[in-house]
Design a protein around this ligand. Structure first.
Ligand code: LLP
Length: 433
């Protein structure tokens, strides 16, 4: 399940590079990302859905180096802020292959998208449609985000397709801001060209039938739009959210089954309604990069109390996912095998909270000691991007590795970086009436 993590003896090897040497060279903690693994996941998606547009959800890992690989693999890009658009722009990511998302786009987000000529903007409220209309260039393609009311088998914080959460327009016409009102509002803006519908039911969703149900509902919704407004929408974006196996035994997402069942569901529903088959877009983020990543820490201390705590030099500032979503990880020692028996331990971080846990109850050799290196696999998605400076700990570097060669994609955050925005003498600002 973790293709980039070969359990080589006597020491862990990552993308052809001995992890001990990577850590010696780049320090710890550090995020490593296997370039070939990212590229092969991107290709697997394109091959599984050859007629579809595959848009990498940049929020999962938005650095210039990775976006360059994604562009080279022919994928599109889902962005959700002026910052992500700026990153895409910095590598010349083709604007027509970019989508802009978000439930609260700021004027700066719209401006960045319009200036760069972002292909499609996905609108998520009537306010947004009213704001975008006068700003957009003539012919700006727009899609409308729909709440398909499909429950996803995932953590509530990342379940996004049901009634009562903040994303999308309701299909329920008794709701004040429903899809029909959104369609009418977009059609009334002369600069906007309505081309499709979008939904995203959630993230880390392993059940293919949830996506299949969303696809059927969305196809029926395309038919509803045509009946009500006489407009045939040619694009359907089913979002991302495909689960990855973080640990051995976690359910694997069945990409082949997904591709097959989505295709059949859409063909069936579209035929039933006499609709042309829409161009499909999907937006996997995690599924492209998660398993290609690995984070390496150094053990600061091992405390053998009522439980054994292996405390490392990172934590919730580089991986808040256990604290946010109860996410579970595996961890292993980087050095080669030992005769010591494995006993359950908790790998914890350096931050001032007891919820700062990286891997709970993982088997580690009983001779683990301060100075050892610990590797946590499957950290390519939502680690660098969710990272923070909590406790004024600098963020780790992101290092690409390919065939034993390493390239820094994002350098380590220094103390100078951490102090850069400070105004030690205070910065008086006059407020005029
Ligand atoms: N499309 C849209 C509109 C999204 O909002 C998202 C994720 C995706 C695609 C990509 O979802 P993915 O394929 O990566 O699951 N921080 C959380 C995940 C938040 C996902 C937000 N939206 C985590 O670490 O689990």
């Amino acid at each position: 399940i973790l293709p980039s993590l070969a359990c080589a003896e006597p020491e862990l090897v990552f993308a052809g590079a001995p992890v001990g040497r990577l850590a010696a060279r780049f320090g710890t903690p550090a995020h490593f990302i296997d370039e070939d693994a990212v590229r092969s996941r991107a290709r697997a998606y394109r091959e599984a859905l050859p007629d579809a547009e595959v848009a990498f959800a940049g929020k999962a890992l938005c650095t210039a180096g990775v976006l360059r690989w994604i562009a080279e693999e022919g994928l599109s890009l889902d962005t959700c802020s002026a910052g992500e658009i700026a990153m895409a722009r910095s590598v010349g990511f083709p604007a027509e292959r970019i989508l802009l998302h978000g439930n609260a786009k700021t004027p700066e987000d719209f401006k960045a998208a319009i200036e760069y000529g972002v292909g499609r903007i996905v609108v998520d409220s009537l306010d947004e449609i009213a704001q975008l209309g006068p700003l957009a260039r003539a012919g700006q393609q727009v899609m409308i985000r729909v709440t398909p009311d499909v429950a996803a088998d995932t953590h509530a914080a990342i379940s996004t397709g049901t009634e009562g959460q903040k994303f999308g327009f309701s299909l329920d016409r008794s709701v004040p801001e429903n899809l029909d009102r959104a369609v009418a509002a977009v059609l009334a803006q002369p600069s906007l060209r309505l081309t499709g519908l979008h939904c995203h039911i959630g993230s880390q969703v392993s059940r293919v039938d949830r996506f299949e149900l969303a696809a059927r509902k969305m196809a029926a919704t395309l038919a509803h739009v045509r009946e009500t407004f006489g407009v045939t929408l040619r694009q359907l974006d089913l979002g991302g959210g495909h689960a990855v196996a973080y640990r051995e035994g976690d359910p694997e997402f069945d990409l082949g089954g997904y591709a097959r069942r989505i295709r059949i569901a859409l063909a069936f529903e579209c035929t039933r309604h006499g609709l042309p088959l829409p161009r499909l877009t999907i937006e996997p983020g995690r599924a492209i990069v998660a398993s290609a990543g690995m984070t390496v820490y150094r053990v600061c201390s091992v405390k053998r109390g009522s439980r054994t705590f292996v405390a490392v030099d990172g934590g919730m500032s580089d991986n808040p996912r256990p604290a946010l979503y109860g996410a579970r990880y595996h961890a292993r020692l980087v050095r080669g095998h030992t005769k010591a028996s494995h006993v359950p331990m908790s790998v914890v971080g350096r931050h001032c909270e007891s919820g700062d846990v990286l891997a709970e109850n993982v088997p580690l050799p009983s001779d683990v000691h301060a100075g050892d290196l610990i590797a946590v696999p499957c950290t390519g998605a939502y680690h660098h991007s969710l990272g923070s400076n909590y406790n004024l700990v600098g963020r780790p570097p992101v290092v690409g590795v390919r065939a034993g060669t390493a390239t820094v994609l994002v350098r380590r955050e220094s103390e100078d970086d951490l102090l850069r925005r400070e105004c030690p003498a205070g910065m008086p600002v006059e407020i005029t009436a």
